[in-house]
Every structure is written in structure tokens, then in C-alpha cells.
Design a protein around this ligand. Structure first.
Ligand code: PGA
Length: 253
């Protein structure tokens, strides 16, 4: 099955409103942006600026509260994001699991809060180097998927993508090999099919993230079960990010 390509920039805690606006203006001069295949996960403070650019890029958040509303100082709800016009949200990124001790339970709630508001979820999963070394990759990933998606029906998953991001590959300069990525993606797809049905498993987009750049991208994006990439460091520079989009579009067309 041919699944549409998705390339996501994860800016993490980078870019002021001015820098975000400049990035989008520059990107538009480098590549056609009137496609829904380019997504920008911006910091909360730059979301409105990105949306106001009216660029054809899809704009999303990097995090959301697991609560709907209330006395949760500093939190941002899915309803607030939807009100801004935000279309998608990263959930369960390993930096949030690691530095902010996000639990599987919180991640599951965040997935549901987004879905209630019609916000597309990009669920990030990934194993640590220790877990990989001990042959636990599949066990860890299947557990992360099961706990984040518990109680959801197949139709709910039509508003979700998976992003496989091995923790050891993020920001390290060492991307996983294309062979390993294909194998992991195929087994995650198989797991989804087994638990939620053949149809949703076949159409579900599975992205790869972790040290993706112009050099590491080629063999990975060519793999059958890789439907796109989630790019951190290399998404901060518009020229580098445009190059990643160009290569991805060429190799996936
Ligand atoms: P990286 O980050 O591309 O800098 O490895 C990817 C991510 O954390 O989403």
C-alpha cells in the first residue's frame, strides 16, 4: 500500500517567533510548501506565528497536558491547541519520558486528550541503548504502543501516526541502519494489525527519527515500511530541512 509521505521538523526548545517566521519564509523560497507532507512541531510560543504565515505547512505542538482543564499551572490543554488551529501533536517523545519523567499512563491520557479535540497524534516510541543491547527492542516498543493506545478502537487510530525514535540515535549523530529500521517498522505494523486489524495496520504511517540528515536519510526513507521522518537537529536550518524534504519526495514518489 502506498502511504503518503510525512516529514516533520521537531524544533524542540529552539526559535523565537521572529526566527520561526523567518524559517518558514525561507523554506517557501526553497521548496513548494503547498503540500500536507511537511509538518512543523513548534514550541508553544511560536505556534501562532507559524499558523499566521499561512504557508501550507501543517503546524503542530510538541507536548500537551493530560488534563482537559483546571488548576495545572504552566500546562497547555488539547482544547487550547485546537482553538489555535493546531493540527497535530507529538506525544511521548523520549526527551519528555526521560527529563520530565512522563509515565506510560500520562502518555495514554495525552493521546486521548488530543483525539477528543481532533488533533492528530504522532506517538513517539523507542528503546534505550541498554534495552537494545539486551535484545529487548520489540518488547519495549510493543509495551509502549499497548499502554499508549489501550482502550482505543481501530477507527481512533486513523488519527494517529507512530514515530520510531531509538533513544540512542537521537542527537547522537548515529542513525539506526536502514535494515534495522525496516525490520522494527514492519514488526510494529504487524503488531498493530494483530491488535487493531489489518486495514488500520496497513494504512498507519510509521516515521523514523534519530539523527536524520541529508547523509543518513537515503537508505532509510527507501524502506517499504518507512513513511516519513521526524527530524530534530537538521530541521533547524531551512536549507538543510529543504534538502531532506527534496530527497524524501524524490525517493518516495
Ligand atoms: P535528532 O532529533 O534529529 O536531533 O536526532 C530527533 C528527535 O528527537 O525527534
Amino acid at each position: 500500500m502506498k502511504r503518503p509521505l510525512t516529514v516533520i521538523a521537531n524544533w524542540k526548545m529552539h526559535k523565537t517567533r521572529h526566527q520561526a517566521g523567518q524559517f518558514i519564509k525561507t523554506l517557501e523560497t526553497l521548496i513548494p510548501c503547498n503540500h500536507s507532507d511537511i509538518l512543523i512541531a513548534a514550541p508553544f510560543t511560536a505556534l501562532e506565528t507559524c499558523l499566521n504565515e499561512r504557508s501550507g505547512l501543517t503546524v503542530g505542538a510538541q507536548n500537551v497536558s493530560e488534563h482537559t482543564q483546571g488548576a495545572y499551572t504552566g500546562e497547555v490543554s488539547a482544547g487550547m491547541l485546537a482553538d489555535l488551529g493546531v493540527k497535530f501533536c507529538l506525544v511521548g517523545h523520549s526527551e519528555r519520558r526521560m527529563h520530565f519523567h512522563e509515565t506510560q499512563e500520562q502518555i495514554g491520557k495525552k493521546v486521548k486528550r488530543c483525539m477528543e479535540q481532533g488533533i492528530h497524534v504522532v506517538l513517539c516510541i523507542g528503546e534505550t541503548f541498554e534495552e537494545k543491547k539486551h535484545g529487548l527492542t520489540h518488547k519495549v516498543l510493543f509495551h509502549q504502543i499497548t499502554s499508549a493506545l489501550s482502550g482505543l478502537e481501530a477507527q481512533d487510530l486513523s488519527n494517529l501516526s507512530l514515530a520510531y525514535e531509538p533513544v540512542w540515535a537521537i542527537g547522537s549523530g548515529y542513525a539506526a541502519t536502514a535494515v534495522d529500521v525496516q525490520e522494527v517498522h514492519a514488526s510494529c505494523r504487524h503488531f498493530i494489525k494483530k491488535n487493531w486489524g489489518e486495514k488500520i495496520g496497513e494504512s498507519l504511517k510509521i516515521l523514523y527519527g534519530g539523527s536524520v540528515n541529508g547523509h543518513t536519510l537515503g537508505p532509510i526513507i527507501c524502506s517499504y515500511d518507512v513513511d516519513g521522518v521526524l527530524v530534530g537537529t537538521a530541521s533547524l536550518d531551512p536549507t538543510e530541512f529543504a534538502n531532506i524534504i527534496k530527497i524524501s519526495r524524490e525517493l518516495k514518489s
